[in-house]
Design a protein around this ligand. Structure first.
Ligand code: C2E
Ligand code: MG
Ligand code: MG
Length: 577
């Protein structure tokens, strides 16, 4: 396959591309053409006006035509100077050619023809030539300096390769020109181990050797594509690949870089063999901006690393999902190990604003101290089998709150805990629950276990058996998020529950229409027919409280009367209420 190159002799070596990137932006070409046209128009005026004998009125004064050539001649010279200022080298060359062709003509007119008006043209021309040379020479120096500063800012000190900034600049330039490219992200396998055992100096030598090898590879066009190698930082490198026809070509290029890296590395007179992980993403198929292109290639590389795959891995959207899952799983494990999973307690009140109790809602703190919401980590915990650990942690803290309150006063307040269906179905669930109650020495009736209707879909028989046991032990049972699942009245009738929790989504729209309000009223009636108490979740306004009071709802849980609170504040409220 022959090399595919853009028209024009651009330099595709790494150095050349860097220079292109650090070059100053020029004005558009049409301004160049306009200045040239103006220059020629002025010159034509000069020669026409010089021969005219008429007079024109300017601001009430009679000005003979043959006085005007000086004005147009200055204007035409100004055009040349602007060409040099705006277009540097091409402007300077054009200006010089025009001056050099015009001057002999003026000299001939002055000396041979004896036309004295040409004298001002000669002096103007000479002045313009000198000014152009001075402007060009000083401009060139400062431009070279600016270019050097920019090139330095784009170069990695250790390896002399372009750095991450240069890679993103190139990608953004290619995206601007809508050119296809692939970005390959590379991470050296076990580089940390190399650094730890052999020392940082040795690690630096590995990086330098690899960088030199790949730079030579890219600059000598040893692949069929046009490649730009950069160091992203640490032991991470990137190759931006252009000039390919199919993804096969990209893979072939990656294979060649991989092969070059895996060859013997000779450092301090010893031989080493190393491997790396490779992930790549393609523009425009995978992403639309350089930021996502880089993070997609990185995600693919990390996925390859996780799977222990040394073959290049192409980015797919699934990889992001996996990455998020793994990252969240890691956070959950760390948080569980460091006691950073705990509940906040949201108060529940009866319709007259008397405290009923609290719902314990799991919170997780990551290593930076950010609170992560259960909406983010509970689904992951369910997937990776960690939800029972979270449930139990929350359960224990809830039992702790009950115990702290009962030690100070007699109360029938309730603390509700959410139990995932997966956890409920585990064989040791009942024993575990009993152990917590025994440890804190509290009556089960102060704890309410919230389950969702989905429990009946997964394994109705076994679930019912479990719930009955819990009920026999004295726990209260609440049906959470009622109305959002596949509610079946017959199932509901079978569950020995105490409380029906109307989901927030119904409360949100309740006051929007008559029918929405009737729907909530119907749920409250169903609950009451089944001899259950009914609580509305996510109540945010006084209007909603009024409607719920009219409908006959028993309890309220929502930001309007209280947000989820830390343990100490909940304890204070429980002791007051
Ligand atoms: P949920 O059990 O239905 O809990 C009610 C959610 O509604 C809580 O969100 C609560 O903070 C929020 N909420 C209450 N009142 C309002 C309000 O007025 N406005 C708004 N915008 N939101 C309100 P949170 O704490 O984010 O919990 C989300 C879900 O995560 C819970 O829904 C529950 O399904 C699950 N979850 C929480 N803790 C645990 C746990 O320990 N174990 C298990 N398995 N799931 C849990
Ligand atoms: Mg709940
Ligand atoms: Mg709920």
């Amino acid at each position: 396959m022959s090399k595919i190159r853009r028209a024009g002799a651009e330099n595709y070596s790494i150095e050349g591309t860097l220079n292109d990137l650090s070059d100053q932006q020029r004005l558009p070409n049409w301004i160049f053409v306009l200045l040239l046209a103006l220059y020629f128009a002025c010159n034509i005026f000069v020669s026409i006006l010089a021969r005219s004998e008429g007079v024109m009125q300017i601001f009430g004064r009679a000005v003979p035509f043959d006085n005007l050539p000086g004005v147009f001649s200055s204007l035409s010279n100004a055009c040349l100077i602007l060409l040099v200022v705006f277009y540097r080298k091409p402007g300077f060359i054009t200006a010089m050619i025009l001056i050099m062709t015009n001057l002999p003509l003026l000299i001939f007119t002055f000396f041979v023809r004896g036309n004295v008006t040409a004298f001002s043209g000669i002096s103007n021309g000479l002045f313009t030539a000198i000014a152009s040379i001075v402007i060009y020479a000083t401009g060139r120096k400062s431009l070279q300096y600016q270019q050097r500063v920019r090139t330095q800012a784009m170069t990695d000190i250790l390896t002399d390769l372009p750095n991450k900034f240069a890679c993103t600049e190139l990608m953004s330039d290619l995206i601007k020109r809508d050119q296809r490219f692939a970005i390959l992200s590379v991470d050296i396998g076990n580089f940390k181990g190399i650094n730890d055992t052999m020392g940082h100096e040795f690690g630096d030598k590995v990086l330098k050797t690899l960088a030199d090898r790949w730079k030579e590879f890219a600059d000598n066009n040893l692949t069929e594509t046009t490649d730009f190698v950069g160091r992203l930082g640490g032991d991470e490198f990137a190759v931006i690949i252009r000039g390919f026809k199919t993804e096969e070509d990209v893979l072939q290029t990656i294979k060649e870089y991989k092969g070059a890296f895996e060859q013997r590395l000779e450092i301090d007179e010893s031989d080493y063999y190393m491997s790396a992980f490779y992930g790549y993403a393609m523009y425009p198929e995978d992403g639309a901006d350089y930021d996502s292109m880089l993070s997609f290639a990185n995600a693919a590389m990390h996925e390859a690393q996780r799977r222990g795959l040394t073959a290049p891995l192409k980015f797919t959207p699934d990889i992001l999902k996996d990455e998020h899952l793994i990252e969240t799983e890691r956070k959950i494990r760390t948080a569980l190990d460091t006691d950073n999973v705990f509940p906040y307690f949201q108060p529940q009140y009866d319709i007259t604003h008397r405290l009923r109790g609290f719902e314990a809602l799991a919170r997780m703190k990551d290593s930076e101290g950010n609170l992560i919401s259960p909406g983010e980590f509970i689904p992951v915990a369910e997937k990776v089998g960690l939800v029972d650990k979270i449930d139990s942690t929350v359960f224990a803290k809830a039992a702790g709150l009950v115990s702290d309150v009962l030690r100070q006063k007699d109360s029938n307040f309730t603390v509700s805990v959410n139990i995932s269906v997966k956890h409920l179905m585990k064989n040791n669930f009942i024993d575990e629950t009993r152990a917590i109650i025994d440890k804190y020495n509290i009556p089960a009736r102060n704890i309410e276990i919230e389950i969702t209707e989905s429990v009946m879909i997964e394994s109705a028989e076994k679930a019912l058996e479990r719930i009955n046991t819990l009920k026999d032990m004295g726990f209260k049972i609440a049906i959470d998020d009622f109305g959002t699942g596949y509610s079946s009245l017959s199932y509901l009738n079978n569950i020995p529950s105490d409380l029906l929790k109307i989901d927030k989504s119904f409360i949100d729209v309740m006051n929007d229409s008559e029918s929405s309000q009737q729907y909530v009223a119907m749920i409250v009636s169903i609950g009451h027919v089944m001899k259950l108490d009914v609580i509305s979740e996510g109540v945010e306004s006084q209007d909603q409280i009024e409607t719920l009071r009219d409908i006959g709802c028993d309890y309220i849980q929502g930001f309007v009367w209280g947000r989820p609170l830390p343990y100490e504040q909940a304890l204070e409220i429980a002791l007051e209420g």
